[in-house]
Design a protein around this ligand. Structure first.
Ligand code: SF4
Ligand code: SF4
Length: 328
């Protein structure tokens, strides 16, 4: 990469996520020095100081690239998504949480009250003592004035359900070499058409080197129930490998270490609902025509259908969240 060009501006922000995507940026190793040479990093809460106030003062569109990781669960995250959108020329949904909702999106199986009950109820694993059942409030009056906390929404949204997104970089977290490719593409002005996923448009199965034959599944196993052989397709051995429905780009990392793909890259191009796609793939390999037997194979082998089929994509799926039952 040439260092003659004037430096660009790079922002990296996190919302509802674990922060692993931000850490994965450091996995590009010594190339991080090239990033520092090519960009002024104006925001990177995980790795460097940066104030929202300073971003607010910048001209609109003055940040060349924003890698935005995390889903949108609170009013503060929503504000930051809108702010970074306004200030950035290129906004990338960076990692599975921003692209698809990922693990935080599984809380869409509950509403805010159920989430707060799980976290704050006295006796819960996170709050052993809370005799007055104190819960977070958006506003609290104290003698010195009013304290504010972000509003916690009922439903987690993906970044593109909140603001317009230019590109998607999937993965939990994205692989370092794909992050590097995205940075180079921005620097060299060689970005794909707007709205594209930066990476590969095949499935993990296409990258996987395991031997494949006819798949006839009579029983699914949990990963701890069998030690699979290291050469044959894991799905053929009864492990629910999501490689058949998952976008490639990781080099089939998990099957390489004898573990099934769990779908962290989300759906491939043209698929609107990852879980539905995976389910149809699974249905096609079950070796039975008897509805009762099929029910038994699925219910015994996939005891947590949402957590298995929509582990990374519930918020982005056609379902988006569990239907709310009207009270009263
Ligand atoms: S189903 Fe899994 S193990 Fe089998 S070929 Fe696809 S990625 Fe490889
Ligand atoms: S094999 Fe699947 S779960 Fe593992 S890193 Fe690749 S896409 Fe993610």
């Amino acid at each position: 990469m040439s260092n003659d060009k004037p430096k660009g501006k790079l922002a990296i922000y996190w919302a509802a996520s674990c922060g692993g995507c931000e850490i994965s940026i450091l996995a590009i190793d010594e190339k991080i020095l090239d990033v520092a040479a090519a960009f002024d990093i104006v925001m990177f809460p995980c790795g460097a100081d940066g104030k929202v106030r300073d971003i607010e003062r910048m001209a609109d569109g003055s940040i060349d690239l924003c890698l935005f990781n995390g889903g949108i669960r609170t009013s503060e995250q929503e504000y930051m998504a809108q702010l970074m959108r306004r200030k950035s020329k290129v906004l990338v949904a960076f990692g599975s949480c921003a692209c698809d909702g990922c693990i935080p999106g599984l809380a869409n199986m509950n509403d805010r009250k159920q989430v707060f009950d799980t976290v704050y109820k006295e006796g819960s694993s996170t709050t052993p003592v809370n005799p007055q059942d104190v819960r977070p409030q958006a506003e609290t009056n104290v003698p010195e004035g009013t304290l504010h906390l972000p509003i916690f929404y009922d439903t987690l949204k993906t970044l593109d359900q909140t603001v317009e997104v230019d590109y998607y970089l999937p993965g939990c977290p994205p692989e370092a070499e794909n992050i590097w490719k995205a940075l180079v593409a921005v620097l060299e002005g060689k970005l794909p058409p707007k709205g594209s996923v930066i990476g590969v448009n095949t499935t993990v199965c296409d990258e996987c080197k395991r031997k494949r034959g006819e798949k006839k599944i009579k029983k699914f196993y949990r990963t701890w129930q069998i030690i699979p052989d290291e050469e044959t397709c894991l799905l053929e051995q009864g492990l629910l490998c999501c490689g058949i429905a998952t976008r490639a780009g990781c080099g089939a990392l998990c099957p390489k270490v004898n573990s099934p793909c769990i779908g962290c890259h989300g759906a491939n191009d043209g698929v609107t609902d990852f879980g539905a796609r995976l389910m149809s793939g699974i249905a096609s390999v079950i070796d039975s025509n008897d509805p009762d037997e099929i029910d038994r194979i699925i219910s015994e082998g996939i005891p947590d259908p949402v957590g298995t089929l929509y582990r990374f994509t519930l918020a982005k799926s056609q379902l988006r969240r569990k239907k709310k039952v009207a009270s009263g």
